[in-house]
Design a protein around this ligand. Sequence first.
Ligand SMILES: *Cc1c(COP(=O)(O)O)cnc(C)c1O
Length: 373
Amino acid sequence: MTDNLSFLPFTRPFIDEATIADVVEVLRSGWLTGGPKVAEFESALSDYCSGRRVRVFNSATSALSVALKLAGVGYGDQVITTPLTWVATSNVVIELGAHPVFVDVNAQTRNIDLNAIRAAITPRTRALLPVDLAGSPVNRKQLYDIAKEHQLRVIEDAAQSLGASWDGEPIGTSGDFIVFSFHANKNITSGEGGALVLPADIDVKLCEKLRLQGVYLNVDSEIDVDVLGIKANMTDIAAAIGLGQLRLLNKITEKRRLLAAAYFDQLPNNILLSLPEPNFDNKNWHMFQILLPEHVNRKAFIEAMKNEKIGIGIHYRPIHLFSLYRELGYSIGDFPNAEMIGRRTITLPLFAEMQVTDVHRVCQAIRKVLSCF
Ligand SMILES: *Cc1c(COP(=O)(O)O)cnc(C)c1O
């Protein structure tokens, strides 16, 4: 019966024709690396972030790395973060010679357990690095109360939460350092890319130096290098894609909310019970994730869904269980909530060009496959 249907992936970017035309124009312009389009993209992102200063990068990973340096994180410092995220979040901390200190997630929100953060703070703690998993925002009031109380910098890994908001304020419009990702799987993309929203006390010139080899023009208009920078600038090609995507952000977020609502309507009740509150106003529904019942073998479930021509993702296997992190001293049992979610979570298809009828198809397949376990 499903033979005529095409495979439904769990995500797919949506690029409109106007954006394709803009990219072609860049390709014909003779200027491919960072130039006028990057400046335009940064200015458009700044407008979105209530006028705050924004700089773009070749990835969110690079933006996180520069943000940590600007926040003063260095050798031997500790940074508190979640184990239930993409591994980039904590890799950048290790890369700086600092230590990621994981705090388990709240089983309901699946984000870092804010009530457990204080117990993890030591004299070596320099910053908090929370993640808005699946575009579901961490409680900003509680987060910044803790940061203020302990004089910690905050780097919001908002790689997944552009378009989401907290208490009516879009993510990126307030707070300390905020990092967005434009990886191809995120709600909007530039192919690869990222952005860093800067707090008022940080020198934008230093940010630019750290982004590109430490290079700047001195008072004699000569090139000088006075800090060690990386190579992390964005191209005009990517910026043209990003600009076109930013124009679509509201439309894309609205569509994702509509599809998420359709999932809430159509998923079987026993699955719905495993989901956090819908909370449609805050989330951007970067991913629609459900927990499989404990008795269901996830690998077999995913294989059976594939036979129904439906793609399923896993986000995430908890970071502390990766081999590298076990070498750092972490082991099974350290973060039971992240491990329980990491074992059972699956990501259902949800992307801008999907239709409500596709949601129906996914839910029917879930019913069919689950009845076999
Ligand atoms: C995607 C992602 C990153 C990394 O983004 P890149 O642009 O691929 O470097 C970091 N953190 C989280 C939570 C992400 O989802």
